[in-house]
Design a protein around this ligand. Sequence first.
Ligand code: MG
Length: 166
Amino acid sequence: MIDLKPDYFVDTIYDIDLTVLKKNEINTILIDIDNTIVPFKTMEPDDKVLAWIKLLKNEGFKLCLVSNAYPRRAQIIAGRLDIPVIYMAKKPFKKGVVDSLKLIKSKNYESILVGDQIFTDIFAARLAGVKSILVEPMTTSDFFMTKIYRVFEFFVKRHLIKEKMK
Ligand SMILES: [Mg+2]
């Protein structure tokens, strides 16, 4: 049975401690789109997200979006953020995560994936040998399939404790 526990569990992307990532020799952040950086169905990342992405770039992190979203929407968001994207990533399978690492020439051991879903994001990261950060979903609206995952997720998440990153 694969361990579905994320390496870190925080409220939002803004609670991610970049100093801790650097200390752990992480130089690459793979980022889920829906309900992690933009609410489901939203096309426009807000100013706060744009500033966060800029900060990550300034801090020297390599970035790639890894999303199960369809090409058009994923590409529009990636364009706004000016970072590469792997769309239709088919998480929980690892292929999309592996492809994103190839795309930006990063290794799995120096990378971490941020996402809001245990059964897609955290699972795919684990299969690809990438560390992971679970965030709370930005909204409660989701794809139909995600709503089903959320039921099971509840039971796994119950055992997770949010704590300060170290
Ligand atoms: Mg998501």
